[in-house]
Design a protein around this ligand. Structure first.
Ligand SMILES: CC(C)(COP(=O)(O)OP(=O)(O)OC[C@H]1O[C@@H](n2cnc3c(N)ncnc32)[C@H](O)[C@@H]1OP(=O)(O)O)[C@@H](O)C(=O)NCCC(=O)NCCS
Length: 179
């Protein structure tokens, strides 16, 4: 099972809580964030953040299901999660725009990927990114993710099907890249 708390050099990943609602709404009500992820509406209202926290705080943690608030010095920065999906356990993440470009999501993804493969039952981690999201691909590539295909995904904020690059990190690749 995923731990309740993950720590990196600069970050603490913890369970999302009611105290995060305002920060989530503030950081998610940003086209540059919601246009790059699938399931967020735009505009993003306080009630959307409340529903999100309500939903994820009731979710059972398992070996392939966990949601973390990304925090630094007690400030809320974004969200990272692993959730079972059609193609397998899927990692997704977003960071508030003021925090981009400091290597923070690389740290968060590193911690979650490591925790995922610490669990022997997990053999492969799925992800993807909307075509053109080079920042997201740069992060995934560092940990050994490989492109496996293309699809389209409904982006709620854009209300359109968006070209999506599908990726996957096998346990073998994870071990190779790590060593
Ligand atoms: C994508 C996102 C998570 C990146 O977070 P971040 O903390 O800024 O990322 P990092 O600083 O750890 O790393 C970003 C990498 O992308 C690179 N990068 C950033 N912008 C880039 C661009 N326009 N083109 C190419 N590479 C870019 C950076 O150089 C860095 O790679 P490097 O470490 O090899 O130099 C953040 O921009 C975000 O939340 N965006 C909106 C939501 C989103 O896209 N989520 C992912 C959906 S798949």
């Amino acid at each position: 099972m995923f731990s309740d708390l993950l720590k990196t050099q600069r970050l603490v990943l913890r369970l999302p809580a009611k105290c995060d609602v305002e920060s989530i709404a503030d950081l998610m009500n940003n086209w540059n964030v919601v246009s790059r992820i699938a399931l967020a509406p735009y505009p993003y209202e306080l009630s959307d953040a409340e529903e999100f926290v309500e939903r994820v705080s009731q979710r059972q943690r398992t070996a392939d299901d966990a949601v973390y608030a990304i925090t630094k010095d007690t400030s809320f920065l974004g969200v990272i999660s692993v959730a079972p999906q059609r193609r397998g356990p899927n990692i997704g993440y977003w960071l508030g725009e003021p925090y981009w470009g400091q290597g923070l999501m690389t740290e968060a993804v590193g911690a979650v990927v490591h925790e995922f493969f610490m669990q022997p039952v997990n053999q492969s981690l799925i992800s993807g990114f909307f075509r053109g999201n080079q920042a997201s691909w740069s992060i995934q590539r560092k940990f050994g993710f490989e492109v496996t295909g293309e699809s389209t995904i409904m982006c709620v904020a854009r209300n359109a099907e968006i070209a999506n690059v599908e990726t996957e990190l096998s346990r073998q690749r994870f071990e190779e890249v790590k060593s």
